[in-house]
Design a protein around this ligand. Sequence first.
Ligand code: SAH
Ligand code: SF4
Ligand code: F3S
Length: 457
Amino acid sequence: MRKGLIMENELIRRIKEQQNGKKYTILTMGCQLNENDSEKIAGMIEEIGYNMTKKIGEADLIVINTCCVRENAEERVFGKLGELKKIKEQNGTIIAIGGCMMQEEVMRNKIKKSYPFVDIIFGTHTIHRFQKDLYQAIVEKQKIQDILDINGEIHEGLPIKRKHSKQASVTIMYGCNNFCSYCIVPYVRGRERSRKPENIINEVERLAKEGYVEVTLLGQNVNSYKGRENYGFAELLRDINKIKGIERIRFVSPHPKDFTDNVIQAIKEGEHICKLIHLPLQSGSSKILKEMNRNYTKEQYIELVEKMKNQIPNVTFSTDIIVGFPGETEEDFEDTLDIVKKVNFEQIYMFIYSRRSGTKADKMDNQIPEDIKHKRFELLKSLFEKKIPENNLKYVGSIQRVLVEGISKNNSKMYTGRTESNKVVNFEGKEEYVGKIVDLKIIAEHTWYLEGKLKDN
Ligand code: SAH
Ligand code: SF4
Ligand code: F3S
C-alpha cells in the first residue's frame, strides 16, 4: 500500500460509494513529464471508480494539467477555462486545475479571482494527494488549494492509467538545477531528485511483462540522473537495456554539458537503445549560449555531435531551438542556422523566445521585437524544411525496424509506424503487425513521412 495517504482505504471507499461509474476527462497542456503526471492522476481517479471519457460535455470531473514554459501555453488554459465555465453552469461538473502553471502564485490568484468556479487547484508536488483533494471538494464541498512550494518528495507506487499499450513513459528524475536564464521550469518543478534505480527497473520490468515494447525515460536533464554513488545515467541505461521484452529505449532530454563518454558508450553498446539523440541546442551562438547559462559553446556542441557520429554507427539527432533570445543579433542567428546546416537534424522543435516572469532573461533590457522574432522563426523553419527531403534520401533503399502504431490517419489503406529515429513510415500492412516491430524496406520519401514495404514482399 502507498505511504503518505492518511486513511487511504477508508477515503477511497467513501468517495467510491458516491462516484462509482461517473466520468472524467483530463486535458494535458504540457510536455511528456506533464503527460506522465496526467497518467498518474488518471490512475488515481480510476481507482475511485470513474471511467474515462473524451467528451468534456459528459464528464463529471474535468482536470486540466497545465504548462507555463511559454506564454501561449498559459493563454490556452485561460481559453479552455472560459469554455468550462458554461459546462460547469450546465452540469455542475467538478473542475480541477493542476500542473506547472499552478506553482506560480500570480496565476493561482488570477484563477481564484477570474474563474472562481474552479473547485481544486493543485501543484506539481501534490499530485499524490489528488484523491484526498477530490474527496474534500466533492464530499465536504470545499474549495481546495493544495500547493507545496518546497521540493516535493518522490512518491512511488501511485496507480497509473497509461495512454498507450505498447509505448510507455517512465520518469526517472524530477526537477532541474540548471536555471537556463530563459526557463521557468526550475521554479515550478523544484531541484533535481532522482528515483532509486531499483524502482525504475521494477517499473520497466513490469511494463515488459504487460507487453510494452518501448519505454521513454523522462527527466529535465536525464544525464544528471544520480541513482546512488557511482550509479548514474549510463549505469541505468545499461541495466534497462538488459530487460527482456523492451525492444526500444528512448530518453528525453539530455543536456549537452553533461554528456559523458560513459553515457555515449552505454548508448553505443545498448542494442535496444535508440540511436536518436535529442540534444537541445537552444542557440548556435556561443555568446547567446553564455547568456542563456547553457554551459557549452557552439564549438563544444559541434564537437560532441562529431564525437557521437564517430562512435555510434547510424546515430541521428533531434533538437530544441529558441529564436529571439534577448540580445540575439543577425550574426548570432546565423550561427544557429549554421549548426542546422551542419548537423542534419531529423527533427527540430522550434520556439519563439517567450518572456517568463521571475527568470533572469526576462529582466534583460535588450529584448527582441516580436516582428524580428517571427521573421527569424520563419527563416529557421524554411531552412529546416528545405533540408528534409535531402536528409530523408539516406533512408531510401535501407531496411528500417518500424514499431507499427496502427492505421495511418491520412490514408486508411495504409498502416503507420516509426523508425528508431522517430521517422513516420507508412506501408501496406495487416492488423496483426500493430504493436510489433517489423522490418520495412524504405522505397520513397514524402517529406513528412517515408514509404515502406514489408521486407519479404
Ligand atoms: N529540460 C529540457 C526541456 C525544457 S522545456 C531541456 O533542457 O532541453 C522544452 C523546451 O522549451 C526547451 O528546450 C526550450 O527550447 C523551450 N523553452 C524553454 N523556455 C522557453 C522560453 N522562455 N521561451 C521559448 N522557449 C522556451
Ligand atoms: Fe529549463 Fe534548462 Fe532545466 Fe531544461 S535544463 S528545464 S531548459 S532550466
Ligand atoms: Fe513541462 Fe511545461 Fe512544466 S514543459 S515541466 S509542463 S512548464
